[in-house]
Design a protein around this ligand. Sequence first.
Ligand SMILES: [Zn+2]
Length: 182
Amino acid sequence: MSLRPSLKKLLGRGEASAPTIPSDLNITIRRQHRRSLMMRPVPGGFEVYIPRWMRPDNPKVTEFIHSALQKLGTEPPPIPAEQTSREQIIAMVNIWAERMELQPKRISFRDMRRKWGSCSSRENITLSTRLTWVAPHLAEYVVVHELVHLRVFNHGKEFKAMMSQYMPDWKSREKELNAVRF
Ligand SMILES: [Zn+2]
């Protein structure tokens, strides 16, 4: 196991016991517009939020993670079982794109926690990898939602009308998806 640079620095200061963070822990550090440091358990790991001005290799970050792990424990919540595969989701995109006569330029998956999907003005659709943890009919709702955005770039009347046209029960699917917590 190699010591992280920040840990080396701490050791260099001659502290009796430098904080050690198990190297097999899946820890993601994200810079945010915030003042203080925060860590929270997420499926399969931990997310640490730090102020934008702070570098992730700042020793304060390592110290913070170390003490947070002592409070939270080093066992992250389990990763939910897969309910819908990426292949299934891509197949849904293809089926619906044809049905709706719309074609996104590019489809990609990203680990997004705040959104299930997004559609850029360049007509690229990004889907959250977390969609694989929800039931197919919910993933399908997100697919149709993002495809509609290729034509309507807001959630106004036109958007709702188009959703209802293609997916009459979209509101109940949306409600069900909004209740999903990971
Ligand atoms: Zn939307």
